[in-house]
Design a protein around this ligand. Sequence first.
Ligand code: ATP
Length: 317
Amino acid sequence: MKNIAILCSGGDVSGMNPALKHFVEYSLQKNLKPFFIYDGFEGLIDDDIKEASYCDVAGIITRGGTKIGSARSTRFMQKEFREIAKQNLDKHSIDMLIVLGGDGSFRGLDIFYKEHGVKFCGIPSTIDNDINGTDYSLGVDTALNIIKTSIDAIRDTASSFKRAFVIETMGRDCGYLALVSHLTSGSELCLIPEIDYDLKSYEENFKTQIENGRRYFIAIVSEGIKQDSQEIADWFENKIGIESRVSILGHIQRGGNPSIYDRLMAYKFITHAIDGLLQGKKESVVCYTKSDFTYKSINEVANIPNKLDSQLLSLIK
Ligand code: ATP
């Protein structure tokens, strides 16, 4: 029986727990002994590594976050600690790793593989959907659903009180969450880092809409745009003439009960990751592109900047 381990690294996403559940089930099905590494690379360095069983994953499929914890680790950036990490894996006879994380985690794993030959398969997990080479990262659908619920709720109060609401979504330098939320919630304005904007160009149109009876505006802005959300709200008050409020959705976007899509994708990502390792893939990331799964190199995934899908972008223009 071979040993295989999983860890979560970087920001947690909803969908990690369903992935952990299937990791245990599918490993056992494939005659592998599954191990959990707690708190990301930190747990790898501190030997917080334990064999996992069905009992560990019972009842976790409905929960956001990750049962085994996630972390960022400055120590893992240093060679001496990666050596300790390797010794810990050897203690448990583990030479296959699955990592739920982002491009930073994959870069770390790549270095680890080159130094110590520990085979790994990465599973893109970030709500920002900003990893190059994959159309989908675990957690995105749940985040979008949380944003949808929030916008729908804010719309109720915005319309009652004649207000403009500036709703800020996460995404770092990627406008995916804001753009998709805009297209699917019927907001009046969407600002994302990928598109230059000039607020002045909306002024006449928005004022006319108020004259024609519009009671409220919803603006969805991505956290990575050049202005902060309060400045956009001030613009609504000062230039459009409507009372405004800012709502920064923040970390609620990362939690919550995993959506059906994320539960299903978690299963599929894990299946492909384990299959890939068993087929002899040594350093790859499972990507989901054009409705299919492929294995891509770290170079393609972690070292090439991601671009927002041009078809999606054209919808906002
Ligand atoms: P998120 O999308 O949530 O930011 P991420 O995986 O990109 O996820 P990072 O903070 O960039 O998050 O990386 C996670 C961890 O990966 C780091 O804390 C560090 O331990 C490890 N790591 C990243 N880059 C390297 C590197 N060049 N060498 C060694 N380890 C690295």
